[in-house]
Design a binder for this molecule. Sequence first.
Ligand SMILES: Cc1cc2nc3c(=O)[nH]c(=O)nc-3n(C[C@H](O)[C@H](O)[C@H](O)COP(=O)(O)OP(=O)(O)OC[C@H]3O[C@@H](n4cnc5c(N)ncnc54)[C@H](O)[C@@H]3O)c2cc1C
Ligand code: SF4
Length: 341
Amino acid sequence: MLRLPRLDYLRPRSIEEATELAAQNPGAMFIAGGTDLVPNLKRRQFDVTTLISLNALPGARWIEGDAKRGVTIGAGATLDELAHHDVLDGPYRALAQACGSVSTPQVRYMGTLGGNLLVDPRCNYYNQTYSWRKAVGFCMKKDGDICLVARSSPRCWAVSSSDSAPAALSLKASVTMQGANGTRRIPAETLYRDDGIDYTTKAADEIITRVELPAPEGRMTSAYWKLRRRPAFDFPILGVAVAITWDDGVVREACGALGAVGSHPVDITTFLAPLRGKRPADDLLAEVAQAADKPSRPLDNTDLSHYWRKRMSKVYIERALRDACGLDPLAGRLTAQVATR
Ligand SMILES: Cc1cc2nc3c(=O)[nH]c(=O)nc-3n(C[C@H](O)[C@H](O)[C@H](O)COP(=O)(O)OP(=O)(O)OC[C@H]3O[C@@H](n4cnc5c(N)ncnc54)[C@H](O)[C@@H]3O)c2cc1C
Ligand code: SF4
């Protein structure tokens, strides 16, 4: 059985106390649901001496607003709450679908939105026990100095594996963080860096306090599609989130992002621009999806073949687009091409 290392466990009662404790304890980490952090600690993926629990912070677990005013979500809201909340059962459906697709019910009851946005990027050579990693000589993400996926690479290519991150980008969410030096609010997109190790712009003492989803201009629909080996359990090996605003049956704007195809969630909004001002038809959606898979660059460091994951990118983009357009997601041209090969 894998055991946790010896740790100090602090349970602050206010955000101010929590950020102060983090500033005073370099190397400390926050823990919310612990569903990502605890297994990682058991595998010695971090050297942490102190955990600062966010569970006793007041007012962390709430959801308020509506599509007219926009929705604000406390970072401590659980994935299960978000997956079933009425407020997310409309324009913001992509986020509910993303949260509902995370792992198992047990993990969704404990896992929080804040923790999900900050899931540690994953890699087959890293999410292993200490003795496994030692046997292969370690890698630069922890304890080693080379990348075992791309040996001459100066950087780590661990994969952004959060389901909610691409949904947050597609819905133009903003993230509020409070640290020892004050509070700031940033677009979800700028929370991430394209780096498998230093993957977030959040400072160590900053706590994500809330996520805001702006009110759409007019009618909006959205969808999240996720590829993985076991639908009841696994991390994404591809995630596609899209959000479309409408003007009388015509696309006003389409936004989208891919998950699990790089070290950060990848914005594909510019590739969806040809949909603007058009009524979505089968051929147009297939063409746009085909082009929008360009920035999908899966490497051979997560589950299943990366060639196949790349081929599935356009198929899943088409499915997500069709879903958001109210069309049968599985009746698209690209799905038919995959099925006949
Ligand atoms: C078997 C299994 C399957 C999983 N499958 C999936 C999956 O399919 N998709 C997926 O996205 N995830 C998956 N996960 C990962 C994880 O369960 C979820 O991402 C979950 O939402 C993490 O939330 P948490 O509250 O448990 O975070 P924690 O584990 O407590 O924390 C995760 C990280 O976020 C930081 N953190 C947490 N909250 C805050 C905050 N408010 N402010 C600042 N920092 C914070 C922590 O310091 C840590 O670095 C899986 C985990 C397991 C064990
Ligand atoms: S991508 Fe390379 S450096 Fe990063 S975790 Fe994997 S093997 Fe290690």
